[in-house]
Design a protein around this ligand. Structure first.
Ligand code: COA
Ligand code: ZN
Length: 315
């Protein structure tokens, strides 16, 4: 299983507090050492639109590059692409919504306009030798339109893979509308169409179905997931949005089930424990709150007395 961290992008973009640049760099460096396959480091978007990530260049340039880790960045347009190339991003994550309303609200363009603009961004990436991944937001439902037809999601995937040469597609459940049935169907159908394209599933835990969706996707052939440290995150343009599935919860669950994630869970939890101080509030992570399944607790101080009283009653 390939685990891809999106907390420093999807997570921090929604935070009110500006996390100091030096702390962002230290966080990415700590994540790099946990064995994650990919880290979406930041966004090269308009600093007016997402002030929390206005330091994208410095973060991308100053992080430590560990061999084997892909350092990705969200890129919305040509201006962002130029900035990302200058800062040595390994991969562009291009974003478009599968829903027309969400695309207009989030990116201020129709989907056709986005596709045309992203084709130019992809051409620039190909010329610079940078990989291109496309994230399709609202692939499992739109907060304004409701259900999003699978056929449309597959058709946009086809256009990105066949027409502009994307080497990966991420199907995003931006607002937690997915559930296992459609997740399994879309995963299976995508895999049947493009066996060699890197497929990522990106779930938000808005309605508590994140882990169920991950497991349904695995059963249907997926092996690559976005997740966010501490479970922070959420699209600022999606009403009621909340965090991604939590990296340490997913790694904890997949480890127990015998999947090899390659991630050092203890190191991941240590990084997550430092998040509340950085963002100024509590995090959703159940693993940070409760510990791992076998992080045992001491018996009560009067345990021996309790046992003796219990045994005396039965003798
Ligand atoms: N990097 C830096 N600045 C950028 C930029 C980029 N990639 N794209 C646009 N800008 C700046 C422009 O220079 C302009 O600045 P100015 O007003 O000082 O001249 C301003 O942003 C508006 O530019 P414009 O081309 O009119 O774009 P827009 O207002 O239509 O915004 C987006 C388009 C998509 C680039 C912008 O809304 C954005 O970055 N949104 C963030 C989307 C996002 O990350 N959502 C969450 C992830 S799903
Ligand atoms: Zn997201």
């Amino acid at each position: 299983m390939h685990l891809q961290e999106v907390g420093t992008r999807d997570g921090l973009q929604a935070e009110a507090a500006f996390v100091p640049t030096i702390d962002k760099i230290a966080l990415v460096d700590a994540l790099s050492r946990t064995g994650l396959a990919k880290i979406e480091v930041t966004s090269f978007v308009s600093p007016q639109a997402i002030p929390a990530l206005r330091d994208a260049e410095i973060v991308m340039r100053e992080i430590e590059r560990r061999p084997g880790v892909v350092y990705s960045a969200l890129v919305p347009n040509l201006r962002g692409a130029e900035r990302a190339i200058e800062s040595r991003a390994d991969e562009f994550n291009l974003v478009m919504s599968a829903s027309e309303s969400h695309n207009l609200a989030n990116l201020r363009m129709t989907r056709e306009q986005s596709f045309a603009a992203l084709s130019e961004v992809a051409a620039l990436a190909h010329g610079a030798g940078v990989a291109v991944n496309v994230s399709l937001s609202c692939a499992f439902g739109c907060p304004m339109e409701g259900d999003v037809a699978e056929a449309g999601v597959l058709e946009w995937s086809r256009r990105f893979v066949d027409e502009i040469g994307a080497c990966g597609v991420t199907l995003c459940d931006t607002t937690g509308m997915a559930w296992p049935g459609p997740v399994a169907a879309l995963t299976r159908d995508f895999r049947e169409c493009w066996a060699d394209t890197e497929l990522t599933l990106h779930f938000h835990n808005t309605r508590g179905m994140g882990l169920a969706n991950v497991l349904a996707a695995i059963d249907a052939g997926a092996d690559r997931f976005d997740a966010s440290l501490g479970g922070i995150g959420g699209c600022p343009y999606a009403p009621g949005a909340s965090g991604n599935v939590c990296s340490e919860e997913i790694v904890h669950a997949l480890d127990l089930m015998g999947y090899d994630t390659g991630v050092d869970l203890a190191a991941l939890i240590a990084a997550a424990r430092r998040l509340p101080a950085l963002i100024g509030h509590d995090i959703p992570s159940q693993i940070v709150k409760a510990g791992r399944r076998l992080d045992l607790h001491a018996r009560p101080a009067d345990f021996d007395a309790i046992r003796e009283r219990a045994l005396a009653r039965s003798s």
